[in-house]
Design a protein around this ligand. Structure first.
Ligand SMILES: Nc1ncnc2c1ncn2[C@@H]1O[C@H](COP(=O)(O)OP(=O)(O)O)[C@@H](O)[C@H]1O
Ligand SMILES: [Mg+2]
Length: 306
């Protein structure tokens, strides 16, 4: 890790008062390029940085070598010793014009075209398939954590530092949105990469609706809002050993998703439901989602029908 953040990077503006610290826009005085600086304070002991931090930074650097078009570039990592107990780790990312939340808000009425949505979804799933194939889960996919360049290129951000955060989170009381959380996370059972697919489904719906799909204000409320739409799953799909029993919910019947996402086409609705599947084992994977007929262009669709 390098040791010269403040000399090389000149702060320009605060861009995100994030949950774990502030993100700054800065100028790289060597190249003139804009960057985004994200700092995490890490507790240290006589051995220096905790091994978990070193591992996570190494993982981000390893992923960076693939240069994936749908993942934000990590340009540099610097460590600044603050005291014997604390070191500031600064991640230097390429600066991207906006996040998906702003992009959706800025889209003039009546919102994004179906083709634009399809293109964003394809890129989002490509980025996700790449992370998943490297055994990296995002865990907190939401419009604020997806960046969109002014050319419309999607870049996943804010992943891979889960363990560094969890140390820091113990120190900072944070409000984390529940809206993109899948049932297995709300029920606190074990979870894996299908978590991100659920969130992607919520975001897919939101691109059409221009407002979030499930807006719960507590874990139970969030799960209730989900089940009202997708229906109460059969008994054998409800995880065992969870505090929240299936009996707490009325026997909701699944409702047609087009009621909630009106502009979506038939294939899109099908893919969306494959993502918003209660059982994580039955949920579609990022790779399979990319193969879904929704992404086949009109020409190939008519060819396969013949
Ligand atoms: N590389 C970047 N370029 C431009 N804006 C960014 C970049 N990274 C993050 N941001 C903005 O800062 C916000 C917070 O950054 P994020 O990495 O999500 O941190 P946090 O862990 O605090 O959520 C994002 O929602 C986004 O709006
Ligand atoms: Mg974030």
């Amino acid at each position: 890790m390098a040791h010269a953040t403040s000399i090389q990077y000149e702060p320009v503006a605060e861009i995100g008062g994030g949950a774990y610290g502030t993100v700054y826009k800065a100028r790289d005085t060597e190249s003139g390029q804009f960057v985004a600086l994200k700092s995490v304070r890490v507790q240290t002991d006589q051995n220096g940085l905790p091994i978990s931090t070193v591992r996570e930074v190494a993982l981000l650097k390893r992923l960076e070598q693939f240069d994936h078009p749908n993942v934000v570039r990590l340009m540099d990592v610097c460590a600044t010793k603050r005291s014997d107990q604390e070191t500031k780790v600064t991640l230097v990312f390429e600066h991207v014009d906006q996040d998906l939340k702003t992009y959706l808000e800025r889209a003039p009425a009546p919102g994004l075209s179906p083709d634009r949505i399809k293109d964003l979804m394809r890129q989002l799933l490509c980025g996700l398939a790449f992370l998943h194939s490297n055994r990296v889960m995002h865990r907190d996919l939401k419009p604020e954590n997806i960046l969109v360049t002014s050319q419309g290129q999607v870049k996943l951000a804010d992943f891979g530092l889960a363990r560094i955060y969890s140390c820091h989170m113990a120190l900072t009381p944070v409000v984390v949105t529940l809206w993109y959380r899948p049932p297995e996370v709300l029920l606190q059972t074990s979870y894996a990469t299908p978590v991100d697919i659920w969130s992607t489904g919520c975001i897919f719906a939101e691109m059409f609706r221009r407002k979030p799909l499930f807006c719960g204000d507590s874990e139970v409320d969030q799960l209730g809002k989900i089940l009202e739409v997708i229906g109460l799953p059969p008994e054998d799909e409800w995880p065992t050993d969870v505090t929240l029993s299936r009996k707490n919910f009325p026997s909701f019947m699944p409702r047609p998703i087009a009621e909630f996402v009106s502009e979506i086409n038939e294939q899109g609705a099908q893919l969306l439901m494959n993502m918003l599947t209660f059982d994580p084992l039955k949920r579609i994977s990022a790779l399979n989602a990319l193969e879904h007929p929704y992404f086949r262009d009109e020409e190939t669709l008519t060819q396969t029908k013949r």
